[in-house]
Design a protein around this ligand. Structure first.
Ligand SMILES: [Fe+2]
Ligand SMILES: [Fe+2]
Length: 546
């Protein structure tokens, strides 16, 4: 019986026993004795060992009791072959004239007991019961072992499945962790960048920072940021960063605003535009083609509350790798961070422009009261800017010169009409009022702190380098550099303009005066730079603003 066959066990007492001996009397005697000893036993007999072997192959027996010495098949062979068919078959040997050698071999084959002829019935019955009990126990052990083996296999399968699930879960977890870390990093960057950007109020500074940010975060040849003017539907200012060089971002105020092209299309549609080949594309306008000759562009609108406030543009060369979906996503995220800062800075910038325009109007109105002064501040601004851009002044100082030159005489507003158009020399009292105009001009701008040092420049535009000027007799480096520039420009324009009490000097005569007064009224370095301006350029300024 096989281990699986043992699953259908008979009761403990029931058993099928095959008794084999080539002596019929022995077989019959033993079989009868066993049937009497235990009626639950089904005892079969066989005197032909070959026939017994055949029956063992097709029938189920619990116990084989066989003589060891038989012909033509011996008991040992019979037992070996029977065991090969049922490894749990209980084996009991009948020995009459058995030898020690036979006994040892029989034990190797698996015989559990030996019955000596003539049989003691009691002893024989006990031996069979004991052997059968051993067989049952072994079958139970085998069954238990088989169940354990099955359970082990099942556990191994479940373990393998769980391991696989665990591996997948771990993999997912690692990916999620990395993704989360990246998002945290981006969020931290976003928060950090947003804080920095919102701290920058000056539009130009902010745009420069944004352009540098693009180049730092996404590979490109240039990163460009441009505020978009929704009223004019145009781009008038661009800041370009060059991440592969040490050059600072370049700011360009466009003389002719770009009101068509790829940037305007992105701004108006609010959609990202990917230009794969600039040369082949029909989207760019002529000014954009001058900015980006060839290669590829990624243009993303910078939007805030549904309104396009600017544009972010990345440029790569043709042989660079093309922009990916990840680049687009990244650029859109950066644009989202920039949007509130740019919107705020634009608002501030616009307010300042409006205030500046109002002050310009006041300055012009004041100038217009006197025919001899018309166009004065515009010319002073032009001369001063020629000097300022040649001198090694900081960009912010050049900006201050530009504004201060235009507004430098706004304090004339306190000069009464009678003094403005006075035909002869002014009285002491009138001069006292005129000398107040630098302080009045400075007071005008004082509440407008975003004009920075412009007020102090205006206050100092009549000071002399040697300390003999007014209103505070400052000298040399005490006078702001921008004011020293305006002093030269202002004096040159006054010299070359008609007055009721004198004629205008020619350009060369006036230049001679500037040369003569260098180190006295004028800063020698400023005078030197001014005297290097070609006479034709000075004449052009005069001709354009009379
Ligand atoms: Fe003045
Ligand atoms: Fe002036």
């Amino acid at each position: 019986m096989s281990a699986s066959g043992a699953e259908v066990l008979r009761s403990e007492e029931e058993a099928r026993i095959l008794v084999v001996d080539d002596e019929p009397e022995v077989v019959a005697l033993l079989a009868d004795s066993l049937r009497q000893a235990n009626p639950s036993w089904c005892v079969e007999t066989e005197t032909d060992p070959q026939r017994a072997l055949e029956r063992l192959a097709v029938e189920d027996f619990d116990c084989l009791i066989t003589d060891l010495v038989m012909s033509p098949v011996g008991g040992l062979r019979l037992a070996r072959e029977a065991r090969s068919l049922d490894e749990n078959l209980a084996l009991i040997a009948i020995t009459g004239r058995g030898t020690l050698e036979n006994s040892i071999e029989a034990m190797r084959v698996g015989f559990a007991d030996f019955l000596q002829k003539p049989f003691d019935l009691e002893e024989t019955s006990q031996a069979i019961s004991r052997t059968l009990r051993q067989r049952r126990q072994k079958e139970k052990r085998d069954l238990r072992f088989a169940e354990l083996a099955q359970a082990k296999t099942r556990l191994q399968t479940e373990h393998a499945q769980l391991s696989q699930k665990l591996d997948i879960a771990t993999h997912d977890l690692v990916l999620s962790s990395k993704r989360m870390a990246r998002q945290m990093d981006e969020l931290a960057l976003g928060a950090h960048v947003a804080t920095v950007l919102m701290g920058v109020i000056e539009l130009e500074d902010l745009l420069g920072l944004c352009a540098e940010l693009l180049g730092d975060r996404i590979h490109c040849r240039t990163g460009t940021v441009a505020p978009y003017e929704t009223r004019e539907n145009s781009v008038g200012l661009l800041v370009r960063a060059y991440p592969e060089t040490d050059d600072p971002p370049a700011l360009s105020w466009l003389r002719t605003p770009i009101d068509a092209g790829v940037m305007c299309r992105a701004a108006q549609t609010g959609k990202t535009i990917h230009v794969e080949d600039i040369e082949a594309s029909s989207l760019l306008d002529s000014q954009e083609r001058e900015l980006w000759h060839d290669g590829r562009l990624l243009v993303v609108p910078i939007s805030r509350q549904g309104l396009t406030v600017g544009l972010a543009v990345l440029h790569r060369l043709s042989h660079d790798e093309d922009f990916t979906a990840n680049d687009t996503k990244h650029l859109m995220e950066l644009a989202k961070i920039m949007a509130p800062a740019i919107q705020t800075a634009k608002l501030h910038h616009r307010q300042r422009c409006c205030i500046y325009a109002s002050l310009e109007t006041i300055a012009e109105t004041v100038e217009d009261r006197n025919d001899y002064l018309k166009g004065h501040s515009v010319r002073v601004q032009a001369y001063a800017m020629r000097i300022a851009t040649t001198l090694d002044l900081h960009q912010s100082q050049i900006g201050a010169v530009q504004i201060a030159a235009r507004l430098h005489d706004i304090g004339h507003i306190v000069i009464p009409e009678s003094a403005v158009n006075h035909p002869g020399p002014l009285s002491d009292e009138q001069w006292a009022i005129v000398r107040r105009h630098p302080d009045v001009g400075a007071a005008f701008l004082k509440p407008l702190d975003f004009f920075g040092e412009v007020g102090e420049i205006i206050r100092a535009h009549h000071e002399s380098y040697d300390g003999t000027g007014y209103p505070h007799r400052k000298a040399g480096e005490e006078i702001p550099a921008a004011a020293r520039v305006i002093t030269a420009a202002d004096a040159f324009d006054a010299m070359t303009s008609h007055r009721p009490y004198r004629g205008a000097l020619g350009i060369e005569e006036a230049r001679e005066q500037v040369r003569r007064l260098a180190g006295q009224q004028f800063d020698p370095r400023v005078a030197e730079v001014f005297l290097n301006i070609p006479a034709e350029a000075l004449a052009d300024v005069q001709a354009g603003n009379r």
